[in-house]
Write a protein that binds this ligand. Structure first.
Ligand SMILES: [Zn+2]
Length: 251
């Protein structure tokens, strides 16, 4: 099972929303179960998560320095390492639910699970993008630009989420008001680098920037062809069946 799904299961297993059916009337559909408005009252304010430190580098402490560190990518020392931090992601999720409930009190248990999926997959895709960058630097040379790479990694989260908005996906099924609130706070970045992601929100701008960052020579290499290096890199470098990274769930 991918670590994203394992982590989602672990967090939900411990969440109080899982005990809902014990006290619910039998005839009540699970989707109709609204979360109590005070269920995550002890979660921190969302502002904490708007400030992020770079999460791609040579090494990271075993325990994250701040609650806003949700995942990290450690450069390849044969192999690279993606870590998702369970405790911080759980807090991040509770904070999102609490934040959303303040504007939209109709958050159901099922939608709360979808919010968790959205957050976990976003963090994971962010770290995989850092892997794409590390991998390409090893293939093609190029230098590491910590802040620019953060902007592109957030832009990739956005690109990836947009591709998941089909009607039957976790994101497509979520109540539209809730989805808008969650996406707004998820992409509200204030830190250097991170906050510049909107420049690359459009797919064409994103592809141009990724190509320029990872493999500028591709303009000559593939001149007069329709080959899009950036599209290829984000789709094929992080290949689950043929990969140079490991991944784990941190505490
Ligand atoms: Zn990052």
């Amino acid at each position: 099972m991918p670590i994203t799904d394992t982590l989602i299961k672990q967090i939900l297993a411990d969440a109080p929303i899982q005990h809902r059916n014990l006290s619910s009337p039998v005839e009540e559909a699970p989707d109709d179960c609204l979360l109590p408005s005070d269920i995550f009252d002890d979660a921190p304010d969302i502002e904490i998560f708007h400030e992020r430190a770079p999460d791609s580098g040579k090494s990271f402490p075993e325990s994250p320095a701040s609650v806003s560190v949700l995942g990290t990518y450690r450069f390849m020392a044969s192999p690279g390492m993606i870590t998702l931090y369970r405790g911080n992601i759980e807090t991040y999720w509770k904070t999102h639910i609490r934040h959303a409930q303040q504007q939209f009190p109709f958050v159901t248990t099922k939608d709360a699970e979808r919010v968790l999926q959205l957050l976990v997959y976003s963090v994971y895709q962010h770290e995989r993008f850092h892997y794409v960058c590390d991998f390409c630097r090893r293939l093609f040379g190029g230098s590491f630009d910590r802040w620019h790479e953060e902007a592109l990694a957030v832009a990739w989260e956005w690109q990836w989420l947009r591709s998941q908005e089909r009607w039957n996906s976790f994101s497509g099924l979520m109540h539209p008001t809730l989805r808008r609130i969650v996406l707004q706070s998820l992409f509200d970045h204030r830190s250097p680098g991170y906050r510049d992601w909107r420049q690359f929100a459009g797919q064409a701008a994103f592809h141009t920037a990724v190509t320029a960052y990872l493999y500028p020579a591709s303009a000559q290499t593939f001149a007069d062809t329709g080959f899009n290096f950036a599209a290829w890199a984000v789709a094929h470098v992080p290949d689950d069946a043929n990969r140079a990274w490991d991944e784990r769930i941190g505490s």
